[in-house]
Structure formats: structure tokens, C-alpha cells
Design a protein around this ligand. Structure first.
Ligand SMILES: Cc1cc2nc3c(=O)[nH]c(=O)nc-3n(C[C@H](O)[C@H](O)[C@H](O)COP(=O)(O)OP(=O)(O)OC[C@H]3O[C@@H](n4cnc5c(N)ncnc54)[C@H](O)[C@@H]3O)c2cc1C
Length: 401
């Protein structure tokens, strides 16, 4: 069986690894001339690690990253709102994550795809233009792309994985009318050297999230010498500052000393900012003919639960477990594609909804009374209840139906 993957991001490469493990031949087309990720980090949660285990990469990712415990929420001045002590066994199932640099995760996925050149091809500088999705019970799919020389190419495939990100042009052609939207928030992200952050009290082996007026802040260690931080805040779309670092320093001026130290240790050239675009409600279907959607193309989330990349890894493993393996064993492709849609779409919708709900407690709230009320309520809620709700979302395995 042959698959064609449109997009070499986390979802596309994870799907490629999963299909290769199931015995398929795979071609990945990536628009960029090199497989590259922005200089930011991620926290791989329990579900992402379950997906990576299925892909055979969990140990490699653990070795490339740093083990961290999520220990709760603070207000913007650093006072605890909810606390899950790192050594409390009641929270162990949900609070252990691996902080990792995005580029290292992508590179591990890429190496795994390239390990078997007889069955895998990665076409860089290749932009997928169109997909004729075929019929799972009939005609194969046909993929059209422009190669690195700008020449138009085409190939047939038994399965196409559409993983070209939130602004997916391929999805737009196959499922017209799907609308992406600005979340109302933009996000600073940076990786800083360890030396700048030590002593801040925020980035030992713990991951603390701070909620303040119209803003969330978090920092997580992603390696022995590196810390990743993000600041997600309300702003009109396409807001630009002449000096982004000065703007970040001003924005966080009244925040806890740990936050200010981390920002002070940031080099201007390593500070990124992106407006957060999401896909409200997700794609109405994750399948069209022999094509399936994966990653942000299917369900771009707001980042308040840190689940976009984790869900993309789940999708990748899901392509393998729900389609790759059963079809390689002689099962029906049509049934497998339908199962992928039936399993993955509700999962994507659930996490998208939870991410929006989480955001309502965080950056959606302005200064004054909303902060006071939210903080008072959170201090009263037993942390155990919140953690159990989180456990239900993160408790996932690739064979889940
Ligand atoms: C500010 C911010 C913070 C985030 N923080 C977290 C976090 O802490 N934890 C977490 O889990 N997630 C986080 N996410 C979400 C996460 O980054 C995404 O969900 C994840 O990267 C999606 O991966 P993807 O492979 O679906 O898409 P992408 O990473 O967008 O990859 C798509 C790929 O397809 C390629 N492509 C596009 N069009 C074509 C085409 N026509 N032909 C060929 N190739 C094409 C692109 O070049 C790209 O390489 C965050 C997102 C944002 C915006």
C-alpha cells in the first residue's frame, strides 16, 4: 500500500512514521526547502507520549528533552491559585510531561521517516496543489504538486494524509467553506539559555502557568541548558511593535519577579510572535474519498491546554493504528478510513472545546473584578477535581475506539 502525505510538520511526519511501521510505502511532500521548526518548545503530555510510544520514539524524545512536573496555576504576581505538588502521587498520572524543543522533536520524526529510503521519500520544496481524493472502494487518489524546480508532478496513492497546517489549501479544495479565525490572541515565544532563568523560581523541574489580565504566561525547561517561555495575550490581529522585546518587558512589568527575570534573559533575536489562528469547531469531516485530515488542518486549537502538537502526534499514531495496520492485514480501506473519522473527529472536537473553556479562565479575563472572582473561585475548588477532569482528556491510547 502507498500513502502520500501533504505537509512535513509534526502531524505529517508522525503519520508517515506510523504508516511505515505498518508496512506501507510513504511519500511526504513539504513546501519548505528544509524540514524546519520555529525556535520554540513544547510540553509533551501523557497522550503525546502514548502516541510517541506507538511510533517507537518515546525514549528518544525523553532523551532529547527534559522531564518536568506541572505543578499548577499562579496569579500574575506569583501567588498560588491551584497547586499540584510534584511529589503527590494523586497527580502523577497527569502532571508528568517532557519539555522538548520543537526542532528536536521534528528532527527525530524526520530521521525515523528517512531510516528506510526504500519505502520512504521526502520531497522538499514541493507544494501540493490539488488532490483528486478517489474512492476508498474504487479509484485511487491522485496528488498534484509543484516540485522544487516548479515543475508540476502527479502520483497516485492508496491513501492521502492532509497535514498542511491550519491554513490548509488542500483541505479548502476538498472541503470548501471551512473557515479559520483569529483567536483574538497573539503569542510571544522564546527559548533562552538556562543561565538567565535559574534563580527565577519558575523553571526548576516544574512547569507553572500564570494567569493575569488578558494574558497567560508559562515557562518550561526543555533541556539541561534551555528554557522555553510563552506569553499569550489579547491583542487586535496583526498588532506589530517596533521593539518586540521592549513591548514584552512593558507588558509583563507588573508580573512576578520570576517572569520578569525570564524576559530580561531573552535575546531580542530569539523572541518570536505569532497571532493564534484556530479552526472553530474543527473540520466537518476528517475524510474525503481516500484522503484523511490530520493535525492543525483538521483541528487547529487555541494553545491554552498545550495540546495542538500532542493531538497531532495522536492523529499520526491514529493513522497507523486505525488505517495502516488493519489495511496492511487485509482489512477494508473504506472501513478503516471511516473508523479514523469516527474516532479522531470527536476527540479533536473535545480537546478544541476544552481548550476554549480553559482560555475563558485565563487570557479571556480582563483586569479588576474578573481576576478577583476567578482567583477566589480557583482557590476554593479542590485541585483533585480539576486534575481528574484533565486525566480524562489525557488518558488516551492509539488503539482507542
Ligand atoms: C502560539 C502557539 C503556541 C503553541 N503551543 C503549543 C504547545 O505548547 N503544545 C502543543 O502541543 N501545541 C502547541 N501549539 C500547537 C502546535 O504548534 C500545532 O498544533 C502543531 O504544530 C500542528 O502541527 P501540524 O503538522 O498539523 O501543522 P504545521 O506545523 O503547521 O505543519 C504543516 C506543514 O505543512 C507544510 N505545508 C503547508 N502547505 C503545504 C502544501 N500545500 N504542500 C506541502 N506542504 C505544505 C508547512 O510548510 C508545514 O511544514 C501552539 C501553537 C501556537 C500557534
Amino acid at each position: 500500500m502507498e500513502a502520500f502525505v501533504a505537509g512535513g510538520g509534526i502531524a505529517g511526519l508522525a503519520a508517515a512514521v506510523a504508516l511505515l511501521r505498518a508496512g506501507w510505502r510513504v511519500t511526504v511532500a513539504e513546501r519548505q526547502p528544509v524540514l524546519a521548526e520555529i525556535g520554540a518548545g513544547l510540553a509533551i503530555s501523557r497522550n503525546g507520549l502514548a502516541a510517541l510510544t506507538w511510533l517507537g520514539l518515546a525514549d528518544a524524545v525523553r532523551a532529547a528533552g527534559h522531564p518536568v512536573a506541572i505543578t499548577g496555576q499562579q496569579d500574575h504576581r506569583g501567588r498560588w491559585l491551584m497547586r499540584q505538588p510534584a511529589d503527590d502521587p494523586r497527580f502523577a498520572a497527569t502532571n508528568r510531561v517532557v519539555g522538548v524543543h520543537r526542532a528536536r522533536l521534528l528532527s527525530l520524526l524526520e530521521q525515523e521517516v528517512r531510516r528506510d529510503p526504500d519505502r520512504a521519500a521526502v520531497l522538499l520544496g514541493s507544494t501540493v496543489i490539488d488532490v483528486a481524493p478517489g474512492d476508498p472502494d474504487g479509484a485511487r487518489a491522485t496528488v498534484h504538486w509543484a516540485d522544487a524546480a516548479g515543475e508540476r508532478q502527479q502520483a497516485e496513492a492508496d491513501l492521502v494524509v492532509i497535514a498542511d497546517g491550519v491554513g490548509s489549501k488542500v483541505r479548502d479544495r476538498l472541503l470548501p467553506g471551512v473557515e479559520i479565525a483569529y483567536s483574538g490572541k497573539t503569542c510571544w515565544r522564546a527559548v533562552i539559555n538556562d543561565a538567565g532563568a535559574t534563580g527565577s523560581g519558575l523553571v526548576g523541574d516544574e512547569f507553572v502557568q500564570l494567569w493575569g489580565p488578558h494574558t497567560e504566561f508559562g515557562a518550561v525547561r526543555i533541556g539541561a541548558g534551555e528554557v522555553y517561555w510563552y506569553g499569550y495575550f489579547v491583542a487586535p490581529a496583526q498588532t506589530r511593535f517596533d521593539d518586540e522585546l521592549a513591548a514584552a518587558q512593558t507588558h509583563f512589568a507588573g508580573w512576578s519577579p520570576g517572569v520578569r527575570e525570564i524576559i530580561a534573559a531573552t535575546e531580542a533575536g530569539r523572541l518570536l510572535r505569532h497571532d493564534v489562528i484556530h479552526l472553530p469547531g474543527g473540520a466537518p469531516s476528517y475524510r474525503v474519498g481516500r484522503a484523511v485530515l490530520a493535525g492543525d488542518a483538521a483541528h487547529a486549537l487555541v494553545p491554552t491546554m498545550g495540546q495542538g502538537a500532542n493531538l497531532s502526534l495522536e492523529d499520526g499514531a491514529g493513522v497507523g493504528a486505525l488505517i495502516g495496520v488493519p489495511v496492511a492485514a487485509g482489512g477494508s480501506l473504506a472501513a478503516a478510513i471511516a473508523a479514523y473519522d469516527e474516532v479522531r473527529r470527536p476527540r479533536g472536537r473535545l480537546i478544541a472545546r476544552r481548550s476554549l473553556q480553559t482560555g475563558r479562565l485565563g487570557a479571556d479575563l480582563g483586569r479588576g473584578l474578573p481576576q478577583f472572582l476567578r482567583n477566589a473561585v480557583l482557590r476554593l475548588i479542590p485541585t483533585r477535581l480539576v486534575v481528574e477532569a484533565g486525566a480524562r482528556v489525557l488518558d488516551w491510547s492509539p488503539d482507542q475506539t
